[in-house]
Ligand binder design. Structure first.
Ligand SMILES: NC(=O)c1ccc[n+]([C@@H]2O[C@H](COP(=O)([O-])OP(=O)(O)OC[C@H]3O[C@@H](n4cnc5c(N)ncnc54)[C@H](O)[C@@H]3O)[C@@H](O)[C@H]2O)c1
Ligand SMILES: O=C(O)[C@H](O)[C@H](O)COP(=O)(O)O
Length: 380
């Protein structure tokens, strides 16, 4: 059996190696010739999986180690009887870590606490729900908008109402058809409805925000802030827009090691099911021990003061912002520099890989650290 896989997918050899011959290729330039005689195709979001890639090939199963599926023509795959799997929720916690790190960073600049904010979450799926849960437990006022979800446990409001929050964070798939398409969901009109001093965070897909309208809005409204992990013309990043946003990163919100491993593992699980083979590997055995396992604070520490520092120890979004700005400034080929940053992304672990050492009687702070996504170890 021949398995063609994106070269930037971890664990492929150890998981799929025993199923067949694995050939690893750059995802963005994968061609019909590359995949013609493959049985299994494993991709990430940079490979367009459609008729022109797969027509006449022997591919029977396609797996994408991503949450998003907008790069895959699923109806064509179905019409051809080609099985398909993505990895729902695989890196959802990583994206939530990213958003919390962004909020902490912006709050620090204004000497504010995260609990001073109201946050509007657009899209209450795997990422949105986890974000809502963590933020609510941290004392943040949260509202959510999702026309496809009915759930009394969620703080669901109308689109206009969600846009009225201090922060609006996008967690929708990129869709162009149907009753509620998300292409340019945030356009000139939506931006005008938001507060003048609002923050827009986009970790979904670039075209969910009309980038030209956002650029114009940032030029006209100096108080408005934007945090962009995804860009409309990826892998090209418009320099002028990058200069205007507060934080800009190279589509790495979901790039925790945990999330990437989970993504490959989820499609390995689906491939084994498809092939009717037993799964011989388990994910926890494969994840390495994190470098930083535990942190502790002095007796006098106050949660509000140590929490931002803890978040930045676990994941500091400013490092990824600096890396993108440096790459874009120095490179003559922005697209290549963007892809290289993603290919060489350093190991990042999820908040949940880090334990906070607490005193036995400190139940209030224990629950706050847990709410933020960290593990808590109580000193006996
Ligand atoms: N930047 C990254 O690294 C990264 C990582 C993971 C996911 N993503 C992106 O984030 C998206 C969301 O991830 P998820 O795991 O939460 O997906 P999900 O499918 O679990 O949830 C998406 C939610 O969006 C809702 N939705 C759809 N159209 C909507 C609309 N017009 N308005 C409001 N809500 C709408 C759906 O009902 C669903 O509840 C993915 O599709 C992917 O494109 C990006
Ligand atoms: O949809 C997803 O899961 C994310 O956007 C994913 O992290 C993108 O990473 P890529 O597949 O481009 O490496």
């Amino acid at each position: 059996m021949k398995i063609v896989a994106d070269e930037n997918m971890p664990l492929v050899d150890s998981l799929f190696g025993e199923l067949g011959e694995v050939v690893r290729l750059p995802g963005r330039s994968m061609s019909a010739t590359d995949v013609k005689d493959a049985d299994i195709l494993l991709v990430r979001s940079v490979t367009q999986v459609n008729e022109s890639l797969l027509s006449g090939s022997s591919v029977k199963f396609v797996g994408t180690a991503t949450i998003g599926t907008d790069h895959v023509d699923m109806s064509w795959l179905e019409s051809q009887g080609i099985a398909f799997a993505n990895a729902p929720g695989c890196n959802a916690h990583s994206v939530v870590d990213y958003v919390i790190s962004a909020l902490i960073c912006l709050c620090q600049d204004e000497y504010k606490s995260i609990s001073d904010l109201s946050v509007g979450v657009i899209g209450a799926g795997n990422v949105g729900r986890r974000l809502i849960t963590r933020l609510k437990k941290l004392g943040v006022e949260v509202k959510a908008y999702d026309p496809f979800v009915e759930d009394d446990s969620l703080p669901l409001v109308s689109f206009d109402e969600v846009l009225n929050c201090d922060v609006v964070s996008l967690h929708v798939p990129l869709t162009k058809d149907g009753e509620h398409p998300t292409f340019h969901l945030i356009n000139e009109d939506a931006l005008r409805c938001m507060k003048r001093s609002a923050v827009l965070i986009n970790t979904s897909r670039g075209p969910v925000v009309d980038n030209a309208a956002l650029k114009q809005h940032l030029i006209l409204c100096s108080e408005f802030k934007a945090v962009l992990d995804v860009w409309e013309a990826e892998p090209v990043v418009e320099r002028e827009l990058l200069d205007l946003v507060d934080l800009g990163t190279a589509h790495i919100a979901g790039y925790s090691l945990d999330g990437k491993y989970r993504g490959t593992f989820q499609i390995y699980t689906e491939a084994c099911k498809f092939l009717g083979l037993p799964m011989r590997k388990r994910l926890p055995q494969m994840l390495p021990e994190p470098d930083l396992v535990q942190v502790g604070f002095s007796k006098e520490s106050v949660f509000e003061e140590v929490f931002p520092r803890l978040v930045q120890v676990a994941y500091d979004i400013r490092r990824d912002d600096r890396a993108l700005r440096r790459a874009v400034l120095r490179s003559t080929n922005v697209a290549e520099a963007f892809d290289l940053l993603r290919k060489n992304y350093p190991t990042r672990r999820e908040f949940s890989s880090l334990s906070v050492k607490m005193r036995k009687n400190d139940s209030v702070n224990c629950s706050k650290f847990e709410a933020a996504g960290f593990k808590v170890k109580v000193k006996s």
